[in-house]
Design a protein around this ligand. Structure first.
Ligand code: PMP
Length: 354
């Protein structure tokens, strides 16, 4: 800690992103990246943009990308905000829409980024425990004074999905503040709440191209909501950085939305591998939560999760373990290729037999 730090910085607990070790031959199942590369059309679009154009600033409004997202989700471009990964979109949402005197509500066991932004922006956080099956119970949020509500759907790191009907019930009962639905993983088994934005002016839906579109390295995320909410996000964005997306990101992201066949095929492969992985883990004695995401959340009734993660790591397989109450006996395992998943289950077979 330095005496030059502001009091805000001194009180911050920095968010530590999932590990990105630089080892060769790693089976990397710890940060929910897509095991398949982006569409060839994305790569071609980025290559085409790598030209003399790079000396020019990008379009600060990323109009082409907003139009592509709006067309895909059948909404208006004025209902779309884009940013440098959904983490940045969420950061702007915290500042623009969730910073109120009443506390922000979010589940206890959800995305670890939320408390960090509460700290950064001086937002009081009140966490709401998940139910006994690790699900979000909307009744626990209804009727509570709040300055906003945020949750991932499917939830992270549990993978559990909240049905759209429950989200609608929450929106109906909670019209006084913004409800943010963080849909980083929705393409792997959920139905997006974007279809509800025309009916609920307090709904903001956030998505990313990092997972289902295989573009974590390009850093593109977006939000969809009523144009008043989008305007608030634009105001914050323009105060920080008027050019959040570079030319390569805009070109690649537009192409990603134009290649629907690739997207569907890649998603179907990940979902099929998830079911094989889930069954493989169950055969090894793991309890696995139902997952609508590109990861599974599993615990072994007799084995310590931290120890299992260490043993896997010795074999160059990395999964995620959280040293947090209630979930410290779970492992979060990203769905890899079938070969990677088979490497994981055979390593676990050896470890459990030892
Ligand atoms: N929301 C959730 C729930 C996540 O798990 C992640 C990925 N760590 C993000 C948002 C952010 O993803 P990105 O910034 O890559 O779009």
């Amino acid at each position: 800690m330095s005496r030059y730090w502001s009091d805000v910085v001194q009180g911050l607990t920095p968010y530590v992103p999932g590990e990105q070790p630089k080892l060769a031959n790693l089976v990397k199942l710890n940060t929910n990246e897509n095991p398949y590369g982006p569409s060839p059309r994305v790569l071609a679009a980025i290559a085409a943009e790598t030209s003399d154009n790079l000396r020019l600033y990008p379009d600060p409004n990323a109009d082409r990308l907003k139009a592509a997202i709006a067309a895909y989700h059948q909404i208006d471009a004025s209902q779309v905000f884009v940013g440098n990964g959904s983490d940045e979109v969420l950061a702007h949402a915290f500042m623009a829409l969730l910073r109120h005197p009443a506390p922000l509500l979010f589940p206890d066991i959800s995305y670890s980024f939320y408390p960090v932004y509460c700290g950064l922006y001086g937002i009081e956080a009140v966490t709401v425990p998940l139910d006994a099956q690790f699900g979000i119970c909307v009744d626990d949020y209804i009727g509570r004074a709040n300055g906003g509500i945020i949750f991932p759907n499917p939830n992270a790191p549990t993978g559990r999905l909240l049905p759209l009907g429950d989200i609608e019930r929450l929106l109906q009962a909670n019209s006084g503040s913004v409800v943010v639905v963080d849909e980083a993983y929705v393409d792997f088994g959920g139905e997006s709440a974007i279809g509800l934005i025309n009916r609920y002016p307090n709904l903001l839906v956030v998505q990313t191209l990092s997972k289902s579109r295989s573009l974590a390295g390009l850093r593109v995320g977006f939000a969809a909501g009523h144009r008043d909410l989008i305007e608030a996000l634009e105001r914050v964005k323009n105060s920080f950085n008027s050019y959040p997306l570079d030319r390569l990101a805009i070109a690649g992201a537009v192409a990603a939305f134009e290649d629907e066949a690739y997207f569907r095929d890649c998603r179907a492969r990940v979902i099929a591998s998830r079911e094989t992985l889930l069954q493989g883990l169950q055969q090894l004695g793991f309890d696995v939560l139902p997952s609508a995401a590109n990861f599974v959340f599993a615990r072994h009734p007799q084995r310590d999760a931290a120890e299992l993660a260490r043993r896997l790591r010795e074999r160059s397989i990395i999964v995620r373990h959280f040293s947090l109450p209630r979930i410290d006996q779970f492992l979060r395992i990203t769905v890899g290729t079938d070969e990677q998943c088979a490497a994981l289950t055979s390593a676990l077979t050896e470890i459990l037999a030892a």
